[in-house]
Design a protein around this ligand. Structure first.
Ligand code: COA
Length: 199
């Protein structure tokens, strides 16, 4: 698997530019033909992780239905994938390692996020949330809401670190992220990357 420098980010700047992405993954929005790769990512999550992600038990058929038209059904779907070791025309990227799905309209959207179990605690979840916030902020979205089950240490940890508001109910936990500080985090990351490249 390829990590490190240089990476390619396709998000946030009009043209793809090399960047020393802190996680070393390629990020871009999904298109419909990504459905099989996204399905494979969801299939590899443990049953517990899937329940935390979807607040429901998702069997194989439900997952297949879920990824239909992943890139064209509205909202924003961000993917992080293994990048090829070299950037060149016709080189294909590798497996999808993390997915952030945002649905809704108006000033608030709802987030569902998952990262491959073997790649957690590297900042990938945070990078996806911040990047999504940047894209949504440009569309006038002010807050991002997410729902999970009580006891989801990883997501609630991420939410706390990102300064989100956490409203814990008996059966469900509601998390609200403010888009503005997340966008600042995204811009800070891009600036740091540009600075590193310039040295
Ligand atoms: C929640 C999830 C997306 C986090 O992804 P991640 O890439 O590991 O998150 P990050 O590396 O950005 O973590 C950011 C911070 O969150 C906190 N955190 C993450 N995982 C944690 C854990 N297991 N325990 C405690 N804190 C945790 C930490 O503060 C971490 O910062 P640090 O590593 O510098 O201490 C991932 O664990 C996952 O896919 N879980 C299953 C699906 C799910 O629960 N989705 C959320 C509901 S939609």
């Amino acid at each position: 698997m390829a990590f490190g420098y240089p990476s390619m980010s396709f998000v946030g700047i009009p043209i793809p530019v090399p960047s020393a992405g802190s996680t070393g993954f390629g990020l871009r929005t999904a298109v419909d033909r990504d459905a099989p790769a996204v399905l494979e990512h969801y299939r590899q999550l443990s049953p517990d992780d899937r329940r935390m992600r979807f607040c429901a038990t998702m069997g194989p058929a439900a997952l297949e239905r879920h990824v239909e038209r992943i890139g064209s059904r509205g909202g924003v779907v961000l993917l992080a994938f293994d990048r090829p070791r070299f950037q060149a025309p016709f080189l294909r990227h590798g497996a999808v390692r993390a997915v952030a799905e945002l649905v809704g309209t108006g000033r608030e959207m709802e987030l569902g996020i998952s990262v491959d179990a073997g790649l957690r605690r590297r900042g990938l979840g945070t990078e996806l949330v911040e990047t999504a916030a940047h894209l949504l902020g440009l569309r006038g979205v002010r807050s991002i809401r997410a729902y999970t089950l009580p006891g989801n240490r990883s997501f609630l940890g991420l939410a706390r670190t990102a300064g989100a508001t956490i409203d814990a109910g008996a059966d469900e936990v509601e998390v609200t992220f403010d888009v503005a500080p997340l966008r600042l985090g995204y811009l800070r990351r891009r600036a740091e990357n540009a600075f590193r490249l310039g040295r």
